[in-house]
Design a protein around this ligand. Structure first.
Ligand SMILES: NC(=O)CC[C@H](N)C(=O)O
Length: 191
């Protein structure tokens, strides 16, 4: 398979995503400058700290190139990456890429449960996925064109809108690559 997936390499769980992509048999490229986006078929925006990543996005003039990329090609945002994709952030005027039609709430599981694992069902992808949540956001509501892939109670934790995919959890940390594989399939269809 000659697919190359970029992993936005500004801050956060970059190396783990590279390993997950390679474990799925695709090539991975750590993206540190906007011009490298021309070399990849899809992009993963990792978890980390969305405000820190945004500062670096601005410092390296990444915002418009990322928006343009995501309009054409598949993007997978995990945790902080999900926040970067959202059209609305609850209790904030901040919008980053503003492309995936959803309202997210940052750090929504509260202090007691800052980090935990939960076995979840991901529609069409996995019956029993061990999802790792780290100071995770939740998706509070989604637009009509957004497909909800997984929830915990009434908290939405995975969605897809066309070629945009987002999870509140860290799929690269579970040692189970089905979510990454799903993204690579999405990329192959479009590449
Ligand atoms: N693991 C994560 O990516 C946490 C996200 C972080 N709490 C934020 O708001 O950006």
């Amino acid at each position: 398979m000659d697919i190359t997936i970029g992993v936005l390499g500004l801050q956060g769980a970059v190396r783990e995503h590279v390993q997950a992509v390679e474990a799925c048999g695709a090539n991975a490229l750590v993206i540190k400058s906007p011009s490298q986006l021309n070399e990849v078929d899809g992009l993963i925006m990792p978890g980390g700290e969305s405000t820190a990543i945004r500062k670096l996005i601005d410092a390296y003039a990444f915002l418009e190139p990322l928006r343009a990329f995501a309009k054409e090609k598949p993007v997978f945002g995990t945790c902080a990456g999900l926040i970067l994709l959202a059209t609305h952030i609850r209790n904030s005027d901040m919008v980053h890429l503003g492309l995936l039609d959803m309202t997210v709430e940052r750090n929504a599981f509260g202090r007691q449960r800052e980090s935990f694992e939960e076995t979840i069902h991901i529609k069409g992808i996995a019956e029993d996925f061990t999802a790792v949540f780290i100071r995770a956001p939740i998706i509070v509501s989604v637009g009509d064109d957004v497909d909800v892939l997984a929830s915990i109670g009434d908290r939405i934790v995975a969605v897809q809108q066309g070629h945009l995919l987002a999870t509140a959890f860290h799929p690269e940390l579970a040692g189970d690559h089905r979510m990454t594989e799903h993204f690579i399939k999405l990329v192959s269809k479009q590449a």
